[in-house]
Write a protein that binds this ligand. Structure first.
Ligand code: NAD
Ligand code: MG
Length: 392
């Protein structure tokens, strides 16, 4: 029996794909954890189920309209319930040893920053907050001495491969991409693709937004910006390789020519577990890698003609300033419109490209605070929404 006191944990975005996988791990060893707070957005009933199962102290829905469902489902349990933005920030600020930041999109920025400022070890799934506000976010991490643990599989892999090597001895970090469901499709075929096709990811089961980003390859572009901020790597040290089997998650090339990679079956519970147990490791009863059965691992260069979103993200990385904020906000608007069938698949990158081209006044801004970033984010969304009809 362990003599350790339970680890106090909070999960932001508990009702999502990453949140549920995190709680799957936690639920396998309930004595080891004390769940401080769980948050969701609209699904109050599901959040209440999770809060009850994991004996959470607090459950918060971001959407005030879901408060009724949450309180109804929590009646008599003694679990505290709350709703709205302020309550979300309160949940993120409650004393905890570890927090999973798994809200999707720039909406996760402020809650995650609240946890960072408390010094709570932060497992970061929400890549959009680094893409949008990486400089400010990393400055807060440094100021508060907070442990930041990447959850994105490629970045978890990079951390695992880099550990033990001096940063200046790292020459190159190559993120792998599955290529998504349209890896072999022509532009004509992609032009006709709707959410049904784009949501069919070949290897990973994930939330809708990141699945669409994987189909456009914007996801890999966002991950380049994420890696740039997380590991303080110059853009020219970052690279992308398409690897359809999603077994090798990242390749790190050292100054002596050695390349270290991390391999595992595509299951987010492996990188989540790495962040949860860090600096130790824990047991995860998921599928083990059987390379004899898989037989071959293949790699190819990404096609920037068919996947212009990756090119746009590379350009935003090179441009610096607020290009990441504008790229991310325009992409969030475009993906939401695509999921609502108000935009074609190729128009996702089209809208992002036009927005970047039309917003030099925003891109040149040097925001000083998260609120400044969110203002640029909001103004970009307002403009991009206005341009939507042109792409419909
Ligand atoms: P998801 O859509 O399944 O879940 C998102 C969670 O955020 C839900 O709990 C939802 O209720 C909550 N949420 C949504 N909008 C909100 C808002 N405005 N305010 C507060 N809460 C809100 O998404 P996911 O797939 O779990 O992804 C979460 C994050 O992790 C994303 O940034 C994604 O890019 C990243 N990520 C996911 C995976 C994966 O396998 N799912 C892999 C790598 C990275
Ligand atoms: Mg990833």
């Amino acid at each position: 029996p362990s003599t350790k006191r339970p680890k106090r944990i909070t999960v932001l975005g508990a009702t999502g794909s990453i949140g549920e996988s995190t709680l799957d791990l936690v639920g396998r060893d309930p004595e080891a954890y004390e769940v401080v707070a769980l948050t969701g957005c609209k699904n109050g009933t599901r959040l209440a189920e999770l809060a009850i199962r994991h004996r959470a102290k607090l459950a918060v829905v971001a959407d005030p309209e879901s408060y009724g469902d949450l309180t109804a489902a929590l009646a008599g349990t003694g679990i505290e319930a709350a709703a709205g933005q302020k309550a979300l920030l309160d949940a993120a600020s409650r004393p905890a040893d570890w927090i999973m930041a798994a809200i999707v999109g720039a909406a996760g920025l402020k809650p995650t920053l609240h946890a960072v400022r408390q010094g709570t070890a932060t497992a970061l799934a929400n890549k959009e907050c680094l893409v949008s506000a990486g400089r400010i976010f990393m400055a807060e991490v440094a100021r508060h001495g907070t442990t930041l643990l990447p959850v994105d599989s490629e970045h978890s892999a990079a951390l695992q491969a880099m550990t033990g090597t001096e940063p200046e001895r790292i020459e190159r970090v190559c993120l792998t991409a599955s290529g998504g469901p349209f890896r072999t499709w022509s532009l004509e075929q992609m032009a006709a693709a709707g959410p049904e096709q784009a949501l069919k990811h070949p290897n990973w089961s994930m939330g809708a937004k990141v699945t669409i980003d994987s189909a456009t390859l914007m996801n890999k572009g966002l991950e380049l910006l994420e890696a740039h901020h997380l590991f303080a790597l110059a853009p020219e040290k970052l690279d992308v390789l398409v690897h359809p089997q999603s077994i090798v998650h990242c390749l790190v090339q050292m100054s002596d020519g050695a390349v270290l990679a991390q391999l595992s079956c595509p299951d987010m519970r492996t990188p989540i577990a790495y962040s949860l147990a860090w600096p130790e490791r824990m047991h995860v009863p998921n599928e083990r890698l059987d390379l004899a059965q898989i037989g071959s691992l293949t790699f190819e260069a990404p096609d920037l003609e068919r996947f212009p979103a990756l090119r746009l993200a590379k350009e935003a990385l090179a441009a610096g300033g607020s290009a990441g904020t504008v790229l991310n906000a325009a992409n969030e608007v475009a993906v939401a419109a695509f999921l609502e069938k108000r935009l074609g698949f190729l128009a996702i990158a089209g809208l992002v490209e036009s927005t970047l081209a039309a917003c030099p006044d925003l891109i040149c801004l040097g925001p000083q605070t998260a609120d400044d970033v969110l203002e640029i984010d909001e103004e970009t969304r307002r403009r991009a929404r206005g341009w939507l009809p042109r792409f419909a």
